[in-house]
Ligand binder design. Structure first.
Ligand code: F6P
Length: 329
């Protein structure tokens, strides 16, 4: 079989490790692999990864020493042209022209929406791998890139704690996660932050102000508040404004970590997850599966139909919310 692999949507640390796993597992199983550059946009432009000899078939050495690299050697994009009927038909024609039998897209919900749309016009197999820092997909406990993004955020909060303590200030640190508070919650627990504002639970300003006053009574010298960018109150700057209005007892500073969280060498957990899921996606294609995402649920590899992976927003575990509350008091 000829398998096409590509990365799409926001890049995530570990995407390269996943590309490598797909290439090496596929070659070991006797398949051919072609790398499509720049996601769905690259597919429409017939933009394939080529080795020095110009061949589009990836070799073992095409993916040498990329496990430790952040970003994606295949590059990525968000393409709106692709989703038009014309774009989907064109993509299907190109896949037939290059005799591609199956696709392994590595990405998040937008990528899988694209895969479902494409399958209306193309009858090849599609098995996806979850590559997004947000950890917002159902069908896997963790997405590739999430652990590294959390580690990056934790490293930043650790540093900010030093300066916050020195000046007896409060920091509002905004982390990524469009609709999902996973990064914020894990970062808050791991860094010992006092407060997390996430879209899954109501952020009550009066309640936060009450807690801040209690902190001053206890002579707490610094406060770290982790804010998910998707929080319903509107992010860290807006929360600072609202807290200011209600006479926040701490002097505040705001920092949005932004795309910093998407870069860097993947931590071991993301590399292992990427290797396992990349290999599982290839095995699943060999077994005739299609329209599904490879995931890891409770330590077991599992396939979930694309539609179910993004049907609802992932909920945070109530135990984790409780843990944060206990740790912060
Ligand atoms: O989906 C991953 C993500 O990093 C989100 O956390 C964030 O909201 C978004 O992508 C940013 O997208 P862009 O790369 O288009 O700025």
């Amino acid at each position: 079989m000829r398998i096409g692999v590509f990365t799409s949507g926001g890049d995530a640390p570990g995407m390269n490790a996943c590309i490598r796993a797909v290439v090496r597992s596929a070659l070991a199983a006797g398949h051919e692999v072609v790398g499509i550059r720049r996601g769905y946009r690259g597919l429409l432009e017939e933009d394939f990864h080529r080795d020095e000899d110009g061949d589009i078939r990836m070799k073992l050495r095409s993916v040498s020493d990329i496990t430790r690299l952040g970003g994606t050697i295949l590059h990525t994009s968000r393409s709106s042209d692709f989703r038009t009927e014309e774009g989907l038909k064109k993509a299907a024609e190109i896949l037939r022209k290059y005799a591609i039998d199956a696709l392994i897209p590595i990405g998040g919900d937008g990528t899988f929406h694209g895969a479902v749309a494409l399958s209306r016009y193309w009858k090849g197999q599609i098995v996806g791998c979850p590559g997004t820092i947000d950890n917002d997909l159902l069908g896997t406990d963790f997405t590739i890139g999430f652990a590294t993004a959390v580690q990056t955020a934790v490293d930043a909060v650790d540093k900010l704690r030093d300066t916050a303590d020195a000046h007896e200030r409060m920091f509002l640190i905004e982390v990524m996660g469009r609709h999902c508070g996973s990064i914020a919650l894990y970062c808050a627990i791991a860094s010992g932050a006092e407060i997390a504002a996430i879209p899954e639970t109501p952020t009550r300003i009066d309640e936060i102000v009450r807690r801040l006053h209690a902190f001053t009574q206890r002579k707490k010298t610094s406060v770290m508040m982790i804010v998910a960018e998707g929080d319903e109150q509107g992010g860290a700057l807006e929360l600072q404004r609202q807290l200011q209005e209600r006479s926040c007892p701490y002097e505040m500073r705001v920092l949005a970590l932004g795309h910093l969280q998407r870069g860097g060498s993947p931590v071991f957990a993301d590399r292992i997850l990427a290797a396992r899921l990349g290999d599982f996606a290839v095995q699943s294609i060999s077994a005739g599966k299609t329209g599904v995402m490879a995931g890891d649920i409770g330590g077991r590899l599992a396939l979930t139909p694309f539609g179910e992976t993004y049907a609802t927003h992932r909920q945070v575990a109530p135990e984790d919310l409780h843990l944060l509350e206990i740790m912060a008091t």
